[in-house]
Design a protein around this ligand. Structure first.
Ligand SMILES: Nc1ncnc2c1ncn2[C@@H]1O[C@H](COP(=O)(O)OP(=O)(O)OP(=O)(O)O)[C@@H](O)[C@H]1O
Length: 242
């Protein structure tokens, strides 16, 4: 198996008092692996995802993507890597307000000089039961519709590693299932997926789940199940590999 993401002793501190958001995080992900990150609100999940993807710098420790330590890359090499190898589904969608649905989805393709095939985009949106006009602006869409646009935008590229922050948070149960099976399908094709979620039922269907509490990874489960994950969230779990 190919390791595509490796975090070693990652710590993240903010402000003058050195408040610690992440402490000594060690984590790897492999090509084709579907990894979920769960933990209480405020435990540092989004911060972790951003540090793993290079969107935030780490205070100490190291993150390697595809065998390259991020600190060895210049800022422009890092953005190039993000554009070509990574894809993001942000918790807050991060759609550009002045761009239409179509242009938002096309943006990462245009930035990497890939063809924008309108029919493909329409088919992807239809597969997620998105029925709004492609000319509409994000502000004219519901939260769930915006999330679907953000998801299609992330899935149109040929990314080898997808970071998804609560990708199903605003969706109805049918759309949630559709997105999840789409991500599962991508993982089966060799794409690595790191998904932050509050949805224990979905986390239990991923290959591996890690539990974050107060900025620390406190447990890790191969082929997790719902009962174990619920217990891990509610108890003071110790680092295990159950
Ligand atoms: N730049 C920052 N400066 C100071 N504090 C921050 C910063 N970014 C995040 N925090 C704080 O760090 C903690 C972790 O935030 P984070 O968004 O990573 O948590 P989370 O587990 O993703 O939460 P949620 O599940 O509610 O989305 C929170 O208490 C947050 O307020």
């Amino acid at each position: 198996m190919t390791v595509i993401l490796a975090a070693q002793h990652v710590c993240k501190q903010v402000d003058d008092h050195g408040r610690s958001l992440l402490q000594d995080i060690n984590l790897t992900a492999q090509a084709g692996e579907f990894l979920s990150v769960i933990g209480p609100s405020g435990s540092g999940k989004t911060t972790l995802l951003q540090c793993l993807s290079g969107l935030q710098s780490v205070t100490t420790g190291q993150v390697e993507l595809f065998g390259k330590p991020l600190t060895h890359l210049t800022a422009s090499q890092q953005s190039q890597l993000r554009r070509t190898e990574l894809s993001f589904i942000f918790q807050s969608y991060n759609l550009l307000p002045a761009l239409s649905v179509l242009d938002n989805i096309a943006l990462p393709l245009r930035l990497t000089h890939q063809a924008v095939e309108r029919q493909k985009i329409e088919a992807q949106l239809a597969a997620l039961q998105f029925h709004a006009d492609l000319k509409q602006l994000p502000a004219q869409l519901s939260g769930g519709e915006q999330q679907k646009v953000a998801i299609v935008r992330a899935l149109m590229t040929q990314a080898k590693l997808i970071f998804a922050d609560e990708p199903t948070g605003a969706l109805d149960s049918v759309s949630r299932e559709l997105i999840f099976s789409r991500l599962r399908h991508l993982a089966a094709q060799g794409v690595g997926i790191v998904m932050v979620t509050h949805d224990i039922e979905l986390a239990a269907q991923t290959d591996r789940a890690v539990v974050l509490r107060d900025g620390q990874l406190v447990a890790e489960y191969q082929t997790p199940n719902e009962a174990t994950l619920l217990a891990a969230l509610h108890e003071k779990a110790v680092l295990t590999n159950a």
